[in-house]
Design a protein around this ligand. Structure first.
Ligand code: FES
Length: 148
């Protein structure tokens, strides 16, 4: 199945319905076989992280949303409780004073026409995802949109 039809600018991939991505909880998605965690900040900004913790590979999406003492929001891994900001920076490791320069991979995204689009190429996003109703193949891939 062609997942990137010619009218879709190369690099943008629809990962989920926007309504499925809510503050305080995580949505899982698969993109080219890679597990992603999709989340939304309290202010409403969506974000995408690898769903594999860079420490030992636990699913970050089974962890919980936290707020750091400095006010930044983070994702806490359920296994050893390392915490990552929404751009992937490791900001806390229990029992240690400082987090090393560890990062969970993150992806730029945008939202358009009720869908979360992930930029899958290296470098800054180019162009825009397509507008309009999703093609039947995409609606099938994402499933039914959740009710609001
Ligand atoms: S596997 Fe995530 S903190 Fe260890």
């Amino acid at each position: 199945m062609d997942l990137e039809p010619k009218r879709t600018p190369a690099g943008w991939r629809a990962a989920a319905w926007s309504r499925a991505v809510r503050p305080g909880r995580f949505t899982r998605a698969l993109l080219d076989g890679r597990p992603l965690l999709l989340g939304r900040s309290k202010a409403g900004a969506a974000y995408a992280l690898s769903d594999l913790c860079p420490h030992r590979g636990a699913a970050l999406s089974t962890g919980r949303a936290r707020v750091e003492p400095d006010g930044r929001e983070s994702v806490e891994c359920p296994y050893h409780l390392w915490r990552f900001t929404h751009d992937g920076a490791c900001v806390a490791i229990p029992g240690r004073e400082a987090a090393p320069g560890v990062r969970a991979p993150s992806w730029p995204l945008t939202e358009r026409d009720g869908r979360v689009w992930i930029w899958t190429r290296a470098g800054p996003p180019r162009g825009e995802p397509p507008q309009g109703k999703p093609a039947p193949w995409l609606a099938q891939l994402l499933g039914r949109p959740p009710s609001s």
